[in-house]
Design a protein around this ligand. Structure first.
Ligand SMILES: [Zn+2]
Length: 146
């Protein structure tokens, strides 16, 4: 058996940024990249939804490139993707599962179908969806704030 990741570290602030972006783009689906390391998500890189659709998303390739460059410049990497569901559950759709590009990625899905937005995180490997528990980092990511 390989490493079974069951938890992803993500600060509440990071979750709030994702929720704010998804709410802002509503009624269209929002999407963006997750930047971090093997322990979890440290940053969010909002991307344009090239599809400009309420039902599907295609992360703008240029934004994906910028996210990768930003991550690399900080010694981090792109570790996943987030997007919103405007009218369905916070769970990967069959399309999301079929198009999941990387088995090591985190897949965050936000549902705006009800008044209270919901955010969940998954791993998608070989067509299998597994929900990951989201936890606060034990130590906050270091970085110059000044
Ligand atoms: Zn979806």
């Amino acid at each position: 058996m390989g490493t079974l990741v069951t938890m992803v570290e993500m600060q509440t602030l990071t979750r709030d940024i994702i929720l704010a972006h998804c709410t802002q783009e509503y009624p269209l689906e929002a999407c963006g990249l997750l930047i971090g390391d093997e322990r979890g998500v440290q940053q969010v890189f909002p991307a344009r939804n090239e599809a400009r659709s309420a039902r599907v998303f295609v992360a703008d390739p240029h934004d994906v490139l910028l996210a990768r460059e930003s991550a690399t410049a900080q010694g981090l990497k792109v570790v996943g993707v987030y997007h919103s569901h405007t009218n369905s559950e916070a769970y990967p759709s069959p399309t999301d599962v079929a198009q999941a590009p990387d088995p090591s990625w985190y897949y965050v899905v936000v549902s705006l179908a009800r008044p209270l937005a919901e955010l969940r995180c998954f791993a998608i490997k070989e067509g299998q969806v597994k929900e990951l528990r989201i936890g606060e980092p034990v130590t906050s990511p270091s970085g110059p704030e000044s």
